[in-house]
Design a binder for this molecule. Structure first.
Ligand code: ZN
Length: 319
């Protein structure tokens, strides 16, 4: 296998070891016509087959420990999921089990048991909005053609762009105004239940912190940021009746989404390691509270492996 040999050259293990950490969010049963590039069951299955063939997939907490001690296996990789979608337990878990692989699930604790993240509310409202024109001008958010699927997708992208970096309260207020204006009822079963978290945990999967309400920490004052990180940890620990030791920064881009004080907070609050969404692979010199991660989106096997190889050569950004 050419790609395995290439990956081996780039990631030999031991003190020179490189750890590739993959990020997933949703794994839908079927491809979503609105977002055909997102992961679905069939694609996830193919990617795991490829990963199991080319990499030594290990739980993230084991990988972190091995990295600290210079004892990573060659071609080390860990699988992670962000946010806490119900399909992680319903769709991804059985596929992981079929391949004998383990993953870490970073869960925003405030949306469990019937909650919904603001971006999903926007997506589902626009998905369900009747007619061919979505007129949000009375709440200052513009008018959108939604007659075709690409137009609906474009409307979603521009609305999310408008809202993403607003302060948490004003963002939610805007989303509430959208809910009042659009005659559609978004689903309330997108995120996991507490029982599904326990199912993942009982199946040997790791549960990690991802705050309560998923704020952009860089836009949040320090005492609220600390409370979000600490309370999210505590809520999850109450659910699994065990320690939560890994953390993922919401959105996760260094400088843009979190700042130098945040890795420090995460450390003081008792986490062992944290992951960002800066690209690249972790190595001996990496900051254990800012480990880079990578989203694998290529469909073909060769391109998927080459993308992982390229990721190992990427310089990692930190704060
Ligand atoms: Zn997230």
């Amino acid at each position: 296998m050419l790609t395995r040999a290439l990956l081996h050259l780039l990631s030999r293990g031991g003190p020179q070891g490189r750890l590739s950490i993959l990020i997933y969010h949703r794994v839908a049963v079927q491809p979503d016509p609105l977002f055909p590039d997102e992961c679905d069951a069939q694609r996830f299955d193919a990617q795991l087959r490829q990963l199991a063939a080319c990499f030594n997939v290990i739980p993230l907490s084991d990988a972190v420990r091995a990295l600290e001690r210079g004892k990573l296996p060659p071609r080390a990789a860990s699988i992670t999921f962000d946010d806490g979608y119900a399909d992680n337990a319903e769709v991804a878990l059985p596929i992981l089990q079929r391949h004998g692989l383990s993953a870490t699930f970073f869960v925003a604790a405030g949306f469990l048991d019937g909650g919904r993240m603001w971006n999903d509310t926007v997506i589902e409202l626009v998905r369900l909005a009747p007619g061919e024109l979505l007129n949000l001008s009375e709440i200052g958010m513009g008018r959108f053609e939604i007659g075709t699927i690409p137009q609906r997708r474009q409307a979603i992208i521009s609305l999310i762009d408008q809202l993403k970096y607003l302060p948490m309260e004003s963002r939610q207020a805007k989303v509430d105004e959208m809910c009042a204006l659009i005659p559609a009822i978004p689903p309330d079963d997108l995120m996991m239940t507490s029982d599904q978290i326990r199912t993942l945990h009982a199946a040997g999967m790791e549960i990690g912190g991802h705050t309560v309400n998923h704020p952009i920490l860089a836009r949040t004052d320090d005492s609220l940021a600390r409370a979000e990180i600490a309370n999210g940890k505590e809520m999850l620990e109450g659910i699994i009746r065990g320690p939560v030791r890994l953390f993922a920064y919401p959105n996760g881009k260094p400088q843009r989404d979190y700042l130098p004080q945040h890795p420090e907070m995460v450390k003081r609050l008792g986490f062992d390691a944290a992951v960002s969404t800066a690209h690249g692979a972790a190595g001996a010199g990496s900051d254990g509270y800012q480990l880079p991660r990578f989203t694998p989106w290529d469909r073909g096997e060769l391109r998927f492996s080459l993308r992982l190889a390229q990721n190992m050569l990427t310089a990692v950004e930190t704060v």
